[in-house]
Design a protein around this ligand. Structure first.
Ligand SMILES: [Zn+2]
Length: 109
């Protein structure tokens, strides 16, 4: 079980502050039968792993993961799928343009 503060710390250290609101929403809605086991960035999305059964929570976790694909993981502004030196991420225009990576790619929307 990862508690709220640990989850926020891990997400902030691995991505940035951009998705902390999503983590808050997740933790505000955990049913008693569910416990979070892992929360991390994968393929530019927030990946949430947990134990326990809850249809409602399953949908919430899926929705938050989907929303994370549209939110810059560094600052929380509107973002899009980006590849920075081979690392898949979600960045806003500012953080994409100011990244010092040698190779950058952004999906055109
Ligand atoms: Zn940003």
């Amino acid at each position: 079980m990862i508690d709220r503060e640990t989850a926020k710390k891990e997400v902030e250290e691995s991505c940035g502050k951009g998705w902390l609101t999503l983590v808050e929403i997740l933790y505000d809605n955990i049913p008693t039968e569910v416990s979070i086991t892992e929360i991390f960035q994968k393929y530019g999305k927030l990946e949430i792993r947990y134990e326990g059964e809850s249809k409602h929570f399953e949908e919430l976790a899926r929705n938050l993961s989907y929303i994370s694909e549209k939110i810059c993981e560094i600052c929380g502004k509107s973002g899009g799928y980006s590849i920075i030196d081979g690392w898949e991420t979600t960045l806003c225009d500012f953080h994409f343009n100011t990244s010092k990576a040698k190779k950058k790619y952004r999906k055109q929307e």
